[in-house]
Write a protein of this length. Structure first.
Length: 489
């Protein structure tokens, strides 16, 4: 039997406008212009320009009095060619095409498109290959080399891939012979399977008659694990060399490139990133002035033509199905345009509201840019000041930048946890990290400071902090442990 029940449920759903607003809030200034252009392309009811802008069309009254008879008379007297001036003639009508193929064209300047890292390797390898089979195998191996210049795939696996994918029967010996040719190409170290092989390939290109180069090769070949872990004393004891000789080995290794692929200028992989600030903060006559960076954001308005079209369709009482569909289409586009404009305005208001709260909270810092004036601040603090949800504040802070009179900073920079000193003052963890950097910057590289010693220094300065917390902050600063910072001077 059917079992019928009556249930009450309380559900919370976001409206399309709220979803659109949330998505726009996450978009930084660098991408908001593209987002607006996309909306303008997809929605014809949305136009650029200020609301209420009217186009004034000024026409001469004498031109309006021209009758159809006069127009017909003019068409009889003049042909189409009479209306074409020199500027209307297409370019191809003015070009001379009576030159031979062999004739040199001095006015044409060729542009170099450049070649990618892999194209450069293939070009070099094809000059060294003896047979077409070698070219095929070499191109396949080069295709498996990553952007850093390393061959991460095992040779045995490539043997199987060539058999299944390209029906080429080969073995590890033949592929290793082809790989040896690739490893002899430029840049030095390309095609290596690990860091040790990469450094050895580069050192072998140097003058091996030099005692320092020969010693470096021995260390990399036989004592690479000890060298990578900076157990220099063990190496010196086993090879019976002095500190000066060990230092020469370290200097030679530092001249080598651990990522040979990065040495090639690849026009297809650009890593440079331009930062466009979302906010601009200026210090004028001792007062802070905050503004949104709306330089590339156009004014938006609802299309007057679409509004009039909807009115025309609505007045037609005898509208059929086709007209009703047209009314529905126009109405949807108009609603979408209004929603987008409202969402953009709300986005600007929310951004300014949040940034003003951050500015008020960190006012002392923004005047001078001194890290010691930066107060501990979390998302909850800003949410309480603005009345916004924590998730909304997080979306504003994500991927946004502010331009100040002392530099450009991401909004996340101003958020940090806090702790109390012995004196009862609350300080930002950013200040503790700054002290750590200063201590590590001035340490004796022969005897670098351990985490325990750093903890003692901070505690002497009044910061009651645990060793594991010091280790966490050191890792956040991308500073290795004491053993890996040890140097021979």
């Amino acid at each position: 039997m059917l079992d019928q029940k009556l249930q009450q449920k309380l559900l919370q759903k976001l409206s399309p406008q709220q979803i659109q607003m949330i998505k726009l809030l996450e978009v930084p200034a660098m991408q908001i212009e593209q987002r607006i252009k996309k909306e303008l392309e997809e929605n014809p009811a949305l136009e650029e320009g200020e609301e209420g802008e009217e186009r004034e069309e000024v026409q001469d009254e004498d031109e309006d009095e021209i009758t159809e008879a006069q127009e017909e008379r003019e068409q009889e007297e003049f042909g189409l060619d009479d209306y074409l001036n020199d500027e209307d003639i297409p370019d191809y009508r003015l070009q001379m095409n009576n030159t031979s193929k062999d004739e040199e064209r001095r006015d044409e300047i060729p542009y170099s498109a450049g070649s990618s890292f892999h194209e450069s390797l293939i070009s070099q390898f094809n000059l060294r290959a003896d047979t077409e089979r070698q070219e095929t195998l070499g191109e396949y191996i080069i295709g498996n080399i990553d952007d850093d210049g390393y061959l991460r795939r095992e040779v045995e696996n490539m043997v199987d891939d060539l058999a299944f994918l390209q029906n080429i029967t080969t073995d590890a010996k033949e592929l290793n012979e082809v790989l040896a040719i690739i490893q002899d190409l430029d840049p030095p170290g390309v095609g290596s399977r690990d860091l040790r092989e990469c450094l050895l390939l580069q050192i072998e290109r140097k003058d091996l008659s030099s005692s320092a180069i020969l010693l470096t090769k021995t260390v990399l070949k036989d004592y690479f694990d000890e060298f990578s872990k900076r157990h220099y004393e063990k190496i010196m004891a086993k090879l019976m060399i002095s500190e000066e000789e060990m230092k020469s080995v370290i200097d030679e290794v530092l001249k080598l490139n651990p990522k040979p692929g990065g040495a090639v200028n690849d026009p297809y992989h650009k890593t440079a990133q331009h930062i466009i600030p979302d906010f601009i903060l200026e210090l004028t006559d001792g007062a802070l002035e905050l503004s949104l960076n709306n330089r590339n954001i156009p004014e938006l308005k609802v299309s007057k033509g679409y509004s009039e079209m909807l009115e025309t369709y609505s007045r037609d009482k005898s509208a059929g199905k086709q007209n009703r569909d047209a009314i529905m289409f126009v109405k949807q586009k108009l609603d979408a345009a209004k929603w987008f404009i409202d969402a953009m305005k709300q986005r600007q208001n929310t951004l300014l509201l949040t940034m003003n709260a951050i500015l008020e909270y960190q006012k002392e810092y923004f005047y001078e840019g001194d890290d010691t004036k930066l107060r501990p601040m979390i998302l909850k603090d800003v949410a309480e000041m603005t009345g916004l949800d924590i998730s909304t504040v997080s979306r504003v802070a994500n991927s946004k930048y502010i331009q100040t009179h002392f530099g450009i900073y991401p909004l996340k920079f101003f958020f940090s946890e806090g702790m109390q000193t012995d004196a009862g003052d609350e300080v930002s963890t950013r200040e503790i990290k700054r002290i750590l950097q200063e201590c590590l910057g001035s340490e004796d590289k022969r005897r670098p400071l351990t985490d325990e010693k750093l903890t003692e220094i901070l505690q002497e300065k009044g910061y009651q902090i645990a060793r594991r917390t010091v280790a966490k902050y050191r890792e956040q600063l991308n500073i290795p442990v004491a053993r890996m910072r040890k140097e021979i001077k």
